[in-house]
Ligand binder design. Structure first.
Ligand code: FE2
Length: 359
């Protein structure tokens, strides 16, 4: 929050949000973006300045918390692992258990979703964990987007969450050597992969699942907005809403995860891809919804600011697409709320963190 403060009341970590100079403009006493420290306070006092406009350093308690704890995410992964193992053995989905996991994920989202959010995803521990981390991450993204879109209708949000958990279930019937191949897939192999939505849809129906949100998430999550996807080459709004949403969640998580054949893209690179492919692969409405929640500069993005600072994005204010919360590399971990401090803008995304300079 920006405040007028007496110089003797300034705290280390407050950020100056005005330019103050002496008799002529080149005699700068403090400038916009300067961080308060003892030397700066002395300088102001020596020049007889009594009041100054600052962005106050937030209290530790006002820092945002992640939507999920790491333990919670680990727990979800173990639970969905059990559901998948049971599918392999019994050839049916434990729908009740899937609904319970979905409910817990959606409830965590509802509990921790505020004006500022930190939508965190599972970090891959080993390559083999991919199946389960991916299902949980797509469920988390699906749940968060559905929560933003449908508000308090938790029952409906749960159905999107379950769709995320089960969307790729048909991959259990695809030979692992194809799924994990490091080589470029032959046409024949790719045609086999393309069958996973149909396989998954079949096992879901066999298990007695009738929820259209979940069934459509499984069957149509590879359909593209421009009609170039599979299974049926549906286009635009012919594709069910939940399937268009799952497509975005699925691709974002796949891109940001390390796989045998590719590096993990940064969240910023993956977001840029979503934007580039809008109206080709993705529904523009869903990409907008994604940006509203995850921001243009997702959590973890290293940035250089117009104030001269560098820092890392630690949260997003819902809807403030390009004005995240940034933890500055100032030795004091000052949190800059760019939504409040409108004068600072992001000059550059630093892909190589060795570019980071501690100010
Ligand atoms: Fe898939």
């Amino acid at each position: 929050m920006i405040k007028w403060k007496r110089v003797e009341e300034l705290n280390r970590g407050d950020v100056i949000v005005e330019n103050i100079s002496g008799a002529n403009a080149s005699d700068s006493i403090v400038k916009y973006g300067d961080l308060v420290n003892e030397e700066l306070i002395r300088r102001l006092q020596m020049r007889g300045i009594q009041w100054v406009s600052v962005l106050q350093k937030p209290e530790a308690s006002s820092e945002i918390i992640p939507l999920f704890t790491e333990e919670k995410i680990g727990y979800f992964e173990t639970q969905i692992n059990d559901v998948y193992e049971q599918i392999v053995v019994e050839k049916r989905i434990d729908i009740e258990k899937t609904r319970e996991i979905s409910k817990e994920i959606s409830e965590s989202v509802a509990k921790n979703y505020g004006a500022y959010i930190w939508p965190n995803l599972s970090k891959l521990k080993q390559m083999d964990d991919y199946t389960f981390t991916h299902q949980v991450n797509v469920a988390i993204i699906g749940s968060t987007l559905a929560f933003e879109h449908f508000g308090g209708d938790l029952e409906l949000v749960n159905r999107f969450t379950a769709g995320g958990l089960l969307h790729d279930i048909g991959k259990l019937w695809i030979p692992p050597e194809i799924l994990k191949s490091r080589e470029r897939l032959s046409d024949m192999e790719f045609n086999i992969i393309k069958k996973h939505p149909t396989y998954g849809h079949g096992i879901a129906k066999q298990s007695g699942l009738e929820d259209t949100v979940i069934l459509n998430s499984i069957l149509y999550h590879h359909e593209q907005w421009d009609g170039n996807g599979y299974n049926e080459g549906k286009k635009g709004e012919e594709i069910p809403f939940e399937s268009r949403l799952m497509m975005v969640a699925d691709v974002y998580d796949a891109l940001t995860t390390i796989r045998p054949y590719k590096r993990a893209w940064s969240p910023y690179e993956a977001t840029t891809f979503l934007i580039q492919e809008t109206k080709k692969k993705f529904d523009p409405f869903i990409v907008n919804l994604f940006l509203k929640v995850f921001g243009l500069y997702p959590v973890g993005t290293h940035v250089a600011l117009s104030s001269g600072h560098t820092g890392v994005v630690v949260g997003n204010k819902t809807g403030a697409v390009s004005r995240p919360l940034v933890r500055l590399n100032d030795g004091q971990n000052t949190i800059l709320d760019m939504f409040v401090d409108r004068g600072v803008f992001i000059k550059q995304v630093l892909s190589d963190t060795s570019q980071l300079v501690v100010n």
